[in-house]
Write a protein that binds this ligand. Structure first.
Ligand SMILES: [Zn+2]
Length: 100
């Protein structure tokens, strides 16, 4: 039977985040991400780092109860803003260029 243990050491946690999350950068454990599944903001401190006992491979899990999202579902808060801005931004070609 596989037993799971949670990585609680903060240094190991940051190293695990950096090693496992190849799409985004973790500067520190206070970095913020938005989970696309549950919509909550989470930091590196809150993310569950799970290690299968006796194995070196680790998994990252969303700390929200009932949310099974993992690192590919976490985006920068600015990424979400960019998407919203993209939808609401008026087309540049409609803005008249002021005559000088
Ligand atoms: Zn989540």
């Amino acid at each position: 039977m596989k037993r799971l243990s949670v990585v609680t050491n903060l240094t190991d946690r940051l190293l695990a985040l950096r090693r496992l999350d190849r799409t985004r950068t973790w500067e520190s454990l206070d970095d913020l991400r938005v989970c696309r599944c549950c919509g909550k903001k989470i930091t590196g401190r809150q993310i569950e780092v799970i290690a299968a006992q006796g194995k070196s491979e680790m998994r990252l899990l969303c700390p929200t109860d009932g949310c099974s999202a993992t690192m590919s579902d976490w985006i920068y808060p600015s990424e979400r803003r960019r998407v919203l801005n993209g939808w609401n931004r008026p087309s540049q070609s409609l803005v008249p260029v002021p005559a000088t």
